[in-house]
Design a protein around this ligand. Structure first.
Ligand SMILES: *[C@@H]1O[C@H](CO)[C@@H](O)[C@H](O)[C@H]1NC(C)=O
Ligand SMILES: *[C@@H]1O[C@H](CO)[C@@H](O)[C@H](O)[C@H]1NC(C)=O
Ligand SMILES: [Ca+2]
Ligand SMILES: [Zn+2]
Length: 597
């Protein structure tokens, strides 16, 4: 495979170059927003490129060109705005999909040529009250575009991708898409999903349809989620509780045990999730009739003991359903690319409930979540942790399950359900941050905003698995925006973002109080309700491959959209207190807040 060898060589060159950056005039972190170095297989490391996104927000909104024409639809409005705003021909703009929440309508677009979409030159527009409130774009000015007729067959492209990525094409239909390279030249690619059942790898390969080279990948798996610290001392676990009818029927109209047709299931499978060990049919059956799942964990026995395994599958089932239900209330619905087996005719792509593999044999001391596009199941794998005897089960630590599940939420809501938009180092880092921040949100039981620690149970250490607790105290957690410039690993970068969001949360709760019913009532005015609304609204607003700067701007705009900007100064002060003020840029702190704040 000449093409493969060529690819391999150029990759090695890119990496060798990257590792000698000390001589370069720019900091390594200047690539955080557009690149990511990935260990694709044991022998192959590649650096992927994602065009930089611009992001503009418009406060109360801009008028758009077709606003006055009553007969115009969203598609016409979106294409006409984008082509005028970027001074490009409307025929080069394609509306890929749209989504709506209770406040905003979103259009997700791609650049196109000869009717073929660009995979990585994309845009997103948000409309509120028929005005444009934000615009994100990674459209490029192509220097050269390959012929739109492939000269390499799909069959040969599949073979090249399978060889390069050490896996097999799955049954997802390959597509033909253009792909923008770093030099702004555009290649035509066969886009093929490749999986490896043993390693759990799940990629989307972009294979040049004229040269046969693998030019890039999307990695659907968020890997190596947990860093391990030494065991110091014991903690007590919080203990189980029996919950009766915890389902929220506003979010799950047929409950948790019905996939939209036929009778209810009597095991840990339903419309939002199936939890199993080994095979998807290896679920836990109810312990007595009427959906009773009561299994008492015995901590002196191995996690694999029957009752402990049943407790793990039951706990994960409860958690993923609960996250489904409360995120649904706040806007992660069928039309905004959520995970459900049946969408009950409400739009969006279905047959994609989350599959949770507990006690997965592929690894230890970790967990991961794969987010393919809307319409394909999300896949969570929970491993055992071997730092204690008996081992401990990640499925029994709620913050770990919520962290993993949130990868599905952020990867689906950013960029319109493609799973392609949190691939850069910086965006991947924020992905880890949102996941910790969501776990932080779910574990609050009062208005007190105590320091928050992730993952104490699995490693049996009160310090948890991160470098610092999340805290409003800068002495407890000193991370600021400029820390991102010194960090290269996504979980470390994620800690900076999660700590900022912890401070945003604390500021909102201080300003507006706390609701004990926030999970089921999104109409409250309390700070924790406001926080989760802005959290999810901002995901839909922000551009593909967001940065700390554009993600912050998306929160500010989300507040303008939903609350008329009532929290603008509260948000700016919280972000600025950790270096993400008005003039922050290039991983240099700034504490400025807008005039009037
Ligand atoms: C838990 O397991 C240990 C070890 O097998 C056993 O001695 C103990 O009786 C069990 N506890 C309960 C409550 O079943
Ligand atoms: C929230 O408000 C909406 C719109 O007014 C209403 O339909 C819904 O029932 C309310 N939800 C709750 C839990 O009060
Ligand atoms: Ca879906
Ligand atoms: Zn993670």
């Amino acid at each position: 495979m000449v093409a493969f060898n060529k690819f391999f060589t150029s990759v090695l060159l890119a990496i060798a170059y990257a590792s000698t950056v000390s001589a370069a005039p720019w900091p390594t972190s200047s690539k955080h927003a557009t690149h990511r170095v990935r260990q694709v297989t044991r022998d192959l490391q590649i650096e992927t490129f994602h065009p930089a996104s611009t992001f503009e927000t418009f406060g109360a909104g801009l008028d758009h060109p077709l606003q006055k024409r009553a007969d115009e639809d969203l598609k016409g409005s979106a294409i006409s705005f984008v082509s005028q705003h970027l001074s490009i021909d409307p025929s080069t703009v394609n509306l890929r999909t749209q989504a709506a929440t209770d406040t905003v309508t979103h259009a997700f677009l791609t650049q196109q040529h000869d009717g073929i979409p660009f995979a990585n030159a994309v845009a997103n527009l948000a409309f509120k009250d028929n005005k444009i409130v934000s615009f994100g774009s990674s459209f490029i000015k192509p220097t050269q575009i390959a012929s739109s007729t492939p000269s390499v067959s799909l069959e040969d492209a599949v073979a090249a991708a399978e060889k390069a990525l050490n896996g097999k094409a799955n049954d997802h239909q390959p597509t033909l898409e253009f792909f923008a390279k770093q030099d702004q030249s555009v290649v035509l690619t066969h886009v093929i999903q490749i999986e490896n059942d043993q390693t759990g790898a799940w990629f989307e390969a972009f294979v040049d349809a004229h040269s046969g080279e693998v030019v890039s990948v999307t990695d659907f798996v968020t890997q190596a989620s947990y860093r391990v610290l030494p065991i110091q001392q014991e903690i007590l676990t919080q203990g189980f509780q029996v919950l009766t009818d915890p389902q929220d029927t506003a979010a799950s109209p047929q409950g948790w045990h019905n996939t939209g047709s036929g009778s209810d299931t009597t095991d840990t499978s339903g419309n939002n999730v199936v939890t199993y060990k080994g095979a998807t049919t290896a679920t836990t059956q109810q312990s007595s009739s009427g959906d009773v799942f009561s299994f008492t964990q015995n901590q002196s026995q191995a996690p694999t003991a029957q009752a402990n395994l049943d407790a793990a599958r039951t706990n994960a089932f409860y958690l993923v359903n609960t996250v489904h239900d409360f995120t649904y209330r706040y806007g992660f619905t069928e039309t905004t690319f959520n995970f459900q087996q049946s969408n009950f005719g409400k739009g969006g792509a279905q047959a994609d409930r989350v599959q949770v593999s507990v006690q997965d044999s592929a690894g230890t001391d970790n967990a991961d979540f794969s987010t393919p596009p809307d319409g394909q199941s999300g896949r969570m794998r929970m491993f055992l942790w071997d730092l204690t005897n008996p081992e401990r089960d990640g499925a029994l630590e709620n913050d770990i399950v919520v962290h993993e599940n949130t990868h599905g939420v952020t990867n689906r809501m950013t960029g319109g359900g493609t799973g392609r938009c949190l691939q850069t180092t910086e965006a991947g880092g924020m992905g880890e941050g949102w996941s910790d921040a969501m776990a932080d949100w779910t574990e609050k039981t009062s208005a007190t905003v105590a320091d928050y620690v992730m993952g104490q149970y699995v490693i049996n250490d009160p310090a948890g698995i991160r470098t610092h607790p999340y805290s409003t105290s800068s002495s407890v957690n000193p991370l600021t925006y400029s820390s991102v410039g010194t960090l290269n690993e996504v979980h470390n970068i994620g800690e900076v973002w999660a700590n900022m969001l912890h401070n945003v949360y604390a500021a909102l709760v201080t300003a507006h109080g706390w609701s004990a019913t926030s999970r089921t009532n999104p109409n409250g005015t309390e700070g924790n309700v406001v926080h989760l609304h802005l959290f999810l609204d901002a995901l839909l607003l922000q551009p593909c491959s967001p940065t700390f700067l554009s993600a912050r701007d998306a929160w500010i705009q989300a507040d303008a959209n939903r609350y008329g900007g009532a929290n603008k100064c509260t948000l700016w002060k919280a972000f600025a207190s950790r270096g993400l003020g008005v003039n922050a840029a290039n991983h240099v702190n700034d504490a400025t807040v807008p005039a009037g704040c």
